[in-house]
Ligand binder design. Structure first.
Ligand SMILES: [Zn+2]
Length: 270
């Protein structure tokens, strides 16, 4: 039996084109430029603690508590403008862990799906976790020149890289069997960002899929709605088709997307 804890770390106010690029004409509409801020939408920002086969992993870290106090200073103008955080200090992931009597050092691995601010802003207070994983591609210097990244969020963090191996069942041909026991499989998905991943947790013949931003909500994969921010449009479509196919498998115990309002805070099981 695997336990899944969904933590909500506040929300973010974004252009409607962030989860669904077809909602606006311009391809840069997701940045919110030249749009009435009153017409923006609010989407939740979640991260996930999973206990499976004796491993305790955290998938993404959501907003930092700093976003409740000094959001502008923490994010910088560009990121704040495109994705304004709304949160209370007690919603930060460190506070959720504290409520469960957990220290960062009690986490075996923090698995980052990618390095966008709403997934990594809460990382620094957790840097004592045993391992903090990201793909080589995501941390590549060329990639990080993009304004969407702010390296301050991982200053002083000692990253480990997912060890990706060829996998004919993986949507993009590569996956990482994190603990070599099949309990946590990380799939390379260069779609939303250059090195983004999706994470599958397996127990007792059933699985849960954590999409990262390979899908903002159920409509993303059910109706193949492409998000605004993408690294590769063709790959994004392929990733959504893959998530859709996974969601239809009989042994699928749930699809968990970080920004899905239907995934409520609480405890779930596989
Ligand atoms: Zn996101």
């Amino acid at each position: 039996m695997a336990d899944i804890y969904v933590f909500q770390t506040g929300s973010t106010i974004v252009s409607a084109a962030v989860p669904d690029r077809s909602s606006r004409k311009s391809s840069i509409a997701y940045t919110g430029l030249f749009q009435n801020r009153k017409k923006r939408i609010t989407v939740p920002v979640k991260c996930f603690l999973v206990e499976v086969s004796g491993h305790r992993i955290l998938i993404d870290t959501g907003w930092s508590a700093e976003c409740a106090v000094h959001p502008f200073r923490h994010l910088g103008f560009g990121l704040w403008f495109a994705s304004e955080p709304v949160m209370r200090t007690e919603e930060a992931v460190v506070q959720h862990l504290k409520q469960m009597d957990l220290q960062p050092s009690d986490i075996d691995a923090i698995l980052l799906t990618h390095l966008d601010c709403d997934h990594v802003s809460g990382l620094i207070p957790l840097k004592d976790a045993a391992g903090i994983y990201v793909t080589k591609e995501e941390l590549d210097g060329k990639n990080l020149k993009n304004v969407r990244y702010n390296p301050n969020f991982w200053k002083g963090v000692d990253f480990s890289f997912y060890e990706m191996k060829p996998d004919e069942h993986a949507p993009f041909g590569k996956s990482c069997n994190l603990f070599n026991d099949g309990s946590v499989v990380v799939y390379f998905t260069p779609s939303h960002s250059a090195g983004s991943v999706a994470i599958e947790v397996n127990d007792g013949g059933r699985f849960a899929l954590f999409t990262g931003d390979n899908g903002y909500n159920r409509h993303s994969w059910e109706e193949l709605r492409l998000p605004g921010p993408v690294y590769d449009l063709k790959n994004m479509t392929k990733a959504l088709e893959w998530v859709q196919a996974e969601s239809k498998r009989e042994n699928c115990a749930g699809i968990y997307a970080a920004h899905d309002p239907e995934v409520k805070q609480g405890k779930y099981k596989i």
